[in-house]
Design a protein around this ligand. Structure first.
Ligand SMILES: Cc1ncc(COP(=O)(O)O)c(C=O)c1O
Length: 371
């Protein structure tokens, strides 16, 4: 490579390195390497995956799909079928549906499509990190409005900040990492008055009580993103979708989304989920029951405070040094997520609601640390 092109390349790489880095959470393999434990013994509760669905059940659906797909063909029909089925599932016309390679990819697509010079992005604090990550990549200003002490939305401050600026407002509900779903009227108040697009991230909505989807057709500026990674157990396949009025979704689909952003297996398996939806709903009900039990059990441990959740994870505060708590759990093969300070609550960690034996282990280790 000549000197000029090398300088050009280095300059580009420096620019890329100025973006926010995404640090991937620990994997089962990291734990195996770090502890010497066998992979089967590791309990992975750090990414809000759904462990209530058995691998065998999902594999049986995958086997059916493998027999149905023709890998030689681009998956155009699969897209149309899934959009139709999702439209029926949520009660909207199929042209209100945008498909994406996980909801993260749709969030990134919306950011890149709608934000430009002079726009701003607003979100809440704390919340899901990918909004900031995507916004940072296009050099747009990102403002964070802290939640109120009870984890509710500070609607007035969000709207005050937006007064003289247009852009995107991100509301994650149920919110990651706090776990609570915001009041519908608060989110609607923001959608009503925000001078720009409001993206409501409903990645965990199946574990909560309500949804904003039925209001999508009443608003020009509302996009709701959802995923098959959480309640439907397909995190490994990367299937996400968004709902908005058909003008936004058609424009995004036709002009901004990469063609065939989902593969034929993901498309067909997501379709299977919708045809077998009762089995998935049953597992969500089981998880919710376990979530309530786990919250109560965590709260009964000395020096631990668990917050009420409407999602498939629980945020909890540990009055012991939270790094020590994390390490102690890690060394015993149990992965949780370090969150740190949330508003005035120091030392917070987030844990996915696992199967009863996993939660028993978590409670047992935390109780032993508290002694
Ligand atoms: C709030 C929230 N939105 C979106 C996502 C990403 O989901 P997907 O797997 O569909 O990209 C996550 C994943 O953890 C999440 O917590």
């Amino acid at each position: 490579m000549n000197k000029i092109s090398e300088e050009w390349l280095q300059c580009k790489l420096r620019k890329i390195k100025s973006f926010t880095k995404y640090v991937r959470p620990e994997s089962v393999l990291d734990t195996v390497l770090g502890t010497g434990m066998e992979a089967e013994k590791v309990i992975k509760l750090n990414q809000n995956e759904n462990l209530f669905l058995s691998r065998d059940f999902l594999h049986s659906l995958l086997n059916e799909v493998i027999n149905e797909v023709d890998l030689r063909l681009y998956p155009k029909e699969g897209e149309t079928e899934l959009k139709d089925a999702l439209g029926k599932y949520v009660g909207l016309p199929s042209d209100c549906v945008i498909l994406g390679n996980g909801s993260d990819q749709i969030i990134d697509l919306i950011v890149r499509s709608f934000l430009g010079k002079g726009d701003i992005a607003i979100s809440i604090k704390p919340t899901y990190s990918m909004y900031k990550w995507s916004v940072n990549h296009i050099g747009v200003k990102y403002f964070e409005v802290p939640l109120k002490e009870d984890f509710s939305l500070d609607v007035d401050s969000i709207l005050e900040l937006a007064k003289s600026n247009k852009g995107i407002c991100f509301i994650c509900s149920p919110n990651n990492p706090t776990g609570n779903q915001f009041k519908l009227e608060d989110v609607k108040a923001i959608v009503d008055s925000f001078p720009g697009l409001v993206l409501v991230d409903e990645a965990y909505v199946e574990f909560a009580k309500d949804s904003l989807v039925r209001f999508v057709k009443n608003y020009e500026n509302l996009v709701v993103t959802r995923t098959f990674s959480k309640a439907f157990g397909l995190a490994g396949l990367r299937v996400g979708y968004a709902l908005s009025n058909s003008e936004i979704s058609n424009t995004i689909f036709e002009y901004a989304q990469l063609p065939y952003s989902l593969n034929c297996i993901g498309l067909k398996l997501a379709l299977k989920v919708l045809t077998e939806i009762d089995k998935f709903k049953k597992s969500v009900e089981e998880l919710k029951e376990e979530r309530e039990k786990l919250t109560e059990r965590l709260n009964s441990i000395k020096d631990v405070r668990a917050f009420k959740s409407d999602a498939n994870f629980i945020l909890f505060q540990s009055l012991k040094l939270y790094e020590k708590v994390f390490n102690e759990l890690f060394n015993k093969g149990l992965l949780v997520r370090k969150i740190g300070k949330v508003l005035n609550f120091d030392g917070c960690l987030r844990v996915t609601v696992g199967l009863p034996y996993m939660n028993n282990r978590l409670v047992e280790i935390l109780a032993s640390i508290s002694e």
